[in-house]
Design a protein around this ligand. Structure first.
Ligand SMILES: *Cc1c(COP(=O)(O)O)cnc(C)c1O
Length: 377
């Protein structure tokens, strides 16, 4: 089998593309009289600091601090305006519209499909098995010469579970003409090592993470990619020059100096996840609580839509996933603070005590008739 070759993965015009050379590319010194970028020399109209200078296009300060945490070189890191920007850039770098395709495993994160759609790129769907694991044989059987990207989401959204490492490894080894992406948005909540540890073994691997979940910085829009230096150079070449704003870079640096704080947040959420799963288990309308390695629970209810509507009426908002492949009757519930989770439980219990008419018939509440509830929480 031919070994992975980045050149043949990329769209031909991307290979030969000359990137925009920004003012900050051409002179990288810190000191000087800066008359090169048409900035406002006087400052900003804001009171909370000056933002009149363009930010570092390559975010080196963040990468220097992030690299030792992730055990990669700074040159192996790409930062995007959310993981969503990285997904879009990866598709645009590799997939010829109308010709190439990506492979995804539903139920999974919606942005892979949206981004492919925006770029007129076809999608091959190989559903997970009913226990939300990789159907390895079917994945292998569906990889063709035009399959440029294979997306694994682990822990998976919306099911919450880690995908089998063995399955991912098998695909990494077999798919030598494709780039294998492991989206680890929820890795901090899982008790397993990151695939970043395997980057040296697999040049066709790219790992995605984000500041949006465990770090509690969704509003900043900051996603991370870890891959070979060669591939990261390509992403840097095609990204918008100043894709990460200065305030985002400042706040990310501040966050990275408090990694222990992130770990504390994660520990609190995991504690609440266990309590929430335990409480949900006691409800007769709850059929299944899927095992979670993330900061949410996928929960199957009797009459999920009625539960969803009732929650909304009480201003408790969860995600209705009941129409999604393999998620029939399921709501996805993010783990909240203790008071938020208690409020959720209160509303769910109240509904059982005073069911609204459209809800009927309700389950009998006989615990013995319920399927075995599983949760590793
Ligand atoms: C939340 C989430 C992300 C994060 O996206 P950002 O654009 O970085 O906020 C990425 N992948 C998955 C699977 C997610 O659920």
């Amino acid at each position: 089998m031919q070994a992975f070759n980045l050149q043949s993965l990329l769209r031909p015009h991307i290979l030969s593309l000359k990137p925009y050379s920004s003012a900050r590319d051409e002179y990288t010194g810190k000191e000087g009289v800066f008359l090169d970028a048409n900035e406002n020399p006087l400052g900003s109209v804001t009171e909370s600091g000056n933002y009149n200078r363009y930010p570092d296009p390559y975010q080196w300060a963040i990468k220097q601090r992030l690299a030792p945490i992730k055990h990669v070189a700074p040159e192996q890191i790409f930062l995007g305006n959310g993981s969503d920007e990285a997904i879009d850039l990866l598709i645009r770098a590799t997939c010829r519209p109308g010709i190439d395709s990506i492979l995804i495993m539903p139920p999974t994160y919606g942005m892979y499909e949206v981004s492919a759609g925006v770029n007129d790129v076809a999608i091959t769907k190989v559903p997970l098995t009913p226990d939300f694991q990789v159907n390895t044989d079917a994945v292998l059987a569906n990889i063709t010469e035009t399959t440029k990207l294979i997306f694994f989401c682990s822990p998976n959204n919306p099911s919450g579970n880690l995908l089998s490492a063995e399955a991912i490894r098998t695909v990494l080894e077999a798919a030598q003409q494709s780039l294998v992406i492991v989206d680890e948005a929820y890795i901090d909540f899982a008790d397993t090592p990151s695939w970043t540890n395997e980057l040296a073994n697999y040049p066709n691997l790219l790992v995605m993470q984000t500041f949006s979940k465990a770090w509690g910085l969704a509003a900043l829009r900051l996603g991370m990619c870890f891959a070979s230096e060669e591939l990261i150079r390509v992403l840097n070449k095609i990204k918008p020059p100043y894709n990460i704003s200065a305030p985002t870079q400042e706040l990310a640096l501040e966050a990275l100096a408090h990694e222990a704080g992130k770990n504390e947040l994660v520990a609190k959420i995991l504690e609440q996840r266990a309590i929430l799963a335990e409480n949900l288990r006691s409800l007769p309308t709850v059929q299944v609580i899927h095992p979670s390695d993330a900061n949410f629970l996928l929960v199957q209810f009797d009459n999920a839509f009625a539960v969803f509507e009732h929650l909304i009426q009480e201003q408790v908002i969860v995600r209705d996933r009941s129409k999604v492949t393999l998620c029939e009757g399921c709501l996805r519930i993010s783990v909240g603070t203790q008071p938020e989770n208690e409020r959720l439980m209160e509303v769910l219990r109240n509904r059982l005590n005073a069911p609204i008419s459209t809800d009927l018939p309700l389950g009998t509440g006989e615990v013995a008739t319920k399927p075995e509830l599983v949760s590793n929480a």
